[in-house]
Unconditional design. Structure first.
Lengths: 140, 680
């Protein structure tokens, strides 16, 4: 075999390996990512979506956060305006997770039959993470 | 002053448009005055941007809170070094910073490039000016750093506490410097295509620039990891977040370029591939900014989202279409001069290295964009997290490590069996010995065994290369060992600097494998309570909560929780982790409280303590304790890598002039003959 062809064979092997790893990885670790309305619509039409691991992206309902420091449990509600879903999370929350306006969270976990989302991980971001809020300012 | 700054931006944009238009038109040929005018536009834009930057800094330093940017990112009680760094803390300032540095690099490129590349320079000027004009128009039309408020606040909002960290002062500018400096090799590549001067001249002219940008990207990424580790408090340094991935992508393609460009220099192959890589790297650097600024992909890092992201998208698409079209029209001029002769050649090893790097880059890009792609194609958003990236990239990373060891051992063109045997015996033996030793010590994790075995193999390669070089010098010039060692590196910086960079990568891989053995425990403790945590080496840490104290510092109220630590019964000290509530100069709270972790770092492992909060009204504290093995080696690997990188680009003697093509070639024979003088 000519070196050029051998090289092509080797490259093909690498390309196939990368493709296979990616397909396997997606099958194994791909997660649905919903907002509350999408999740509500899914479970309404297909009840097998209860108990499926997925990601939920939404805003925290201001004032809904209840922390129990001793048991490290946080209960709160998330909403996208149309649907509100209660979430319970056990663990440490990041600094950016607060009760203020406009805190967006991404929670990973499962929706239980009782309608409560049991989160195993919690990421928070706020729309102005690197900028503090200025109350009542008007821009020029 | 803002008026002057604003004026400087407008004039800079106009000068930039003039220079770019004349530069592209080619009318400067045979008209030295016009050619001068194009080059001087680059210097002019730089000077104007310096004026604009001074104006912004002046506003920051004098606390002119009427300027929106100043009041958004600083306050009266902010320590002065953060006032300086607030220049790039926000989006508008970082755009100005970007344009400033780009025009500085563009001026340096004009000034430092030797006269023999002169025919490329007006085109280089035109391309760099185009990029600068893009940044200027974003500032002038969408994100003006000099815009004023309708009123003057008494104090600014202050800088986010998470950005009040040395790592964060340095990390963004380093990463920006990396992103920005890719623009220079890109400009030379475009200039070569535009002028049809596709001889290896442009490759030589950009050698240092590619190293510069690669080095800045490496430093930026490592500092980012360090910042995430000490500041964010989740106990790790890399989370495969879209923003992190965006910084890794151009690093991967630049690493591929650094290797494949050597193949073009030595053998006249891969011309098209190299152009595709450098264009791709430039586009990925713009893509990174687009990802971070537009918010199209949900990331834990959310910067101020604004229309600015779409300016970048438009620029990205335009640049991609124009540069790849230009490459396509010059395609026939880029025929390879020779064909690959053997699979057992350094060219082949470099080609595979490139493929693996591009494979990694592709999978990272795919995984990052998958939520958007799946939503567009199937209507359902599917995202992937760290498990996906680890599954794909751990095996590919190990393959890359293997090639890191193989590349330097094989000769260019074609290696003989005898040559291969002589080169490989010692490194392979080192790798196998490492695996056997680890098995004896009870290591059973397959990937870690492979990673450390390969690390042993690559270390064997590097040590052998140095040892042979030193031995040859000692024989030839009867030098002492340290002199021979120093001369070896000094006489061939590019080669031995490269090996030191490889050593840095080996250290990174060893450090990454340490994270497999991370130990973690959360606990709620009353004063006097303690928990135990066993390290992967079998040491027992005993952690006793002592109590909580509160005090006020310059711009914050601190709640500190103290933990007394002992290892195997021997006390090793008290570690204090904190919750900080930042306040403005009137004592009003700003931002959400931030966590300061306590870290005790040793070469073996880090003890990492996060104080998560106190049970209301009591001194009962919630903690997360983590043992992170080998983390210190990530930072050490970074330092080694930077030292190696600096060596390769240190000015002075070294291979210059026309690139030499390897004719006959067994590196080993050459080492003996030329005593490691000048063959890499």
């Amino acid at each position: 075999m000519r070196p050029g062809n051998k090289f092509l064979l080797g490259s093909a092997l690498i390309v196939v390996a990368v493709a296979l790893l990616m397909i396997e990885g997606l099958k194994q670790f791909g997660q649905y990512s919903f907002n509350p309305s999408e999740l509500a619509a899914r479970v309404a039409s297909d009840s097998s979506f209860y108990g499926v691991g997925l990601k939920l992206e939404a805003k925290v309902v201001p004032g809904s956060v209840k922390r129990d420091v001793a048991s490290q449990t946080i209960d709160f509600q998330v909403s996208d305006g149309a649907h509100t879903i209660p979430v319970t999370y056990r663990g440490l929350a990041p600094d950016t997770f607060t009760d203020q306006q406009d805190i967006e969270v991404i929670v990973e976990g499962r929706l239980a039959r009782d309608g409560v989302f049991h989160a195993t991980s919690l990421f928070a971001k706020c729309g102005s993470r690197y900028e503090a809020k200025y109350q009542g300012s008007t821009k020029a | 002053m803002t008026l002057l700054g604003q004026f400087a931006l407008w004039v800079a944009a106009l000068v930039g448009i003039w220079g770019a238009a004349i530069g592209y038109s080619g009318r400067w040929r045979g008209r030295p005055a016009l050619e001068q005018s194009v080059i001087r536009s680059v210097y002019g834009v730089f000077a104007l941007l310096v004026v604009a930057a001074v104006c912004l800094w002046q506003g920051l330093v004098t606390h002119d809170f009427n300027i929106e940017y100043v009041s958004s990112y600083t306050s009266r009680n902010l320590p002065s070094y953060y006032i300086i760094s607030a220049f790039w803390a926000g989006q508008k300032g970082s755009l100005l910073f970007w344009a400033l540095v780009l025009s500085l690099f563009a001026s340096l490129a004009q000034w430092l490039t030797p006269a023999r590349h002169r025919s490329l320079m007006p085109y280089v000027a035109a391309v760099t000016l185009t990029i600068a004009v893009f940044f200027l128009s974003v500032m002038l039309f969408a994100a003006n750093p000099f815009s004023r408020l309708s009123f003057t606040p008494e104090d600014g909002r202050g800088l986010n506490p998470q950005l009040q960290n040395v790592g964060m002062v340095m990390h963004p500018p380093m990463l920006y410097l990396g992103y920005i400096s890719i623009g220079i090799p890109f400009a030379f590549a475009m200039a070569a295509l535009l002028s049809k001067r596709l001889d290896p001249g442009w490759i030589q002219a950009i050698r240092k620039w590619t190293l510069v940008s690669w080095l800045f990207l490496s430093i930026g990424i490592t500092l980012g990891m360090w910042w995430a580790y000490v500041e964010l408090g989740w106990g790790g340094y890399w989370a495969w977040d879209p923003v992190e991935n965006a910084s890794l992508l151009p690093w991967l393609t630049m690493t591929a370029f650094l290797h494949s460009v050597m193949v073009q220099e030595k053998r006249g192959m891969l011309k098209r591939w190299n152009l595709m890589l450098i264009i791709g790297s430039f586009l990925l650097s713009i893509f990174g900014t687009f990802i971070t600024r537009s918010g199209v992909i949900s990331s834990v890092h959310s910067f101020t989202q604004s229309s600015v992201g779409y300016f970048f998208l438009a620029f990205l698409v335009m640049a991609a279409i124009l540069s790849y079209t230009l490459l396509y029209t010059r395609w026939p001029l880029l025929e390879a001069e020779v064909q690959l002769e053997s699979m057992a050649s350094r060219e082949a090893a470099f080609l595979f290295n490139n493929l693996v790097l591009i494979g990694i880059a592709f999978s990272v890009l795919w995984g990052t964009l998958f939520p958007i792609l799946s939503e567009a194609v199937r209507g359902t958003k599917i995202s992937v997290g760290p498990p996906f990236f680890n599954k794909v990239n751990v095996p590919l990373g190990l393959l890359l490590l293997l090639l890191t060891g193989i590349g330097p051992l094989i000769a260019w063109r074609k290696a003989t069996t005898a040559n291969l045997k002589r080169q490989f015996i010692a490194p392979v033996a080192t790798g196998l010995a490492t695996v056997v030793l680890l098995l004896l010590f009870g290591m059973r994790d397959g990937y870690v065994l492979m990673a450390l075995g390969l690390a042993g193999f690559v270390t064997g390669t590097i040590v052998q290369e140095f040892a042979r070089g030193v031995r040859a010098r000692r024989r030839m010039y009867s030098e002492s060992f340290p002199t021979a060692f120093a001369h070896l590196i000094a006489r061939n910086r590019r080669r031995y600097g490269g090996y030191i960079v490889h050593a840095g990568m080996v250290i990174y891989f060893v450090a990454f494998s340490g994270m497999v053995f991370k130990r973690e425990r959360e606990a709620t403790l009353k004063p006097g309570d303690s928990v135990e945590l066993t390290s992967p080496y079998g040491d027992t840490y005993r952690l006793t909560h002592q109590g909580i104290s509160q005090y006020e510092a310059l711009n914050r109220v601190v709640t500190a929780a103290a933990v007394e630590v002992s290892r195997n019964g021997r006390p090793i000290g008290v570690m204090s982790s904190e919750k900080r509530q930042h306040v403005d100069s009137f004592g009003r709270p700003t931002f959400e409280p931030s966590t300061e972790v306590a870290i005790k770092s040793t070469p073996r492992e880090d003890l990492y303590i996060v104080f998560a909060g106190a049970v209301s009204g009591t001194e009962e504290a919630v903690y997360r304790f983590t043992i992170n093995p080998l983390v210190m080696w990530v930072w050490i690997g970074g330092v080694v890598l930077v030292v190696g990188g600096l060596l390769t680009m240190w000015p002075g003697t070294g291979p210059t002039g026309a690139p030499r093509r390897t004719q006959a070639g067994y590196q080993v024979q050459l080492v003996g003959a030329a005593a490691g003088k000048e063959q890499d």
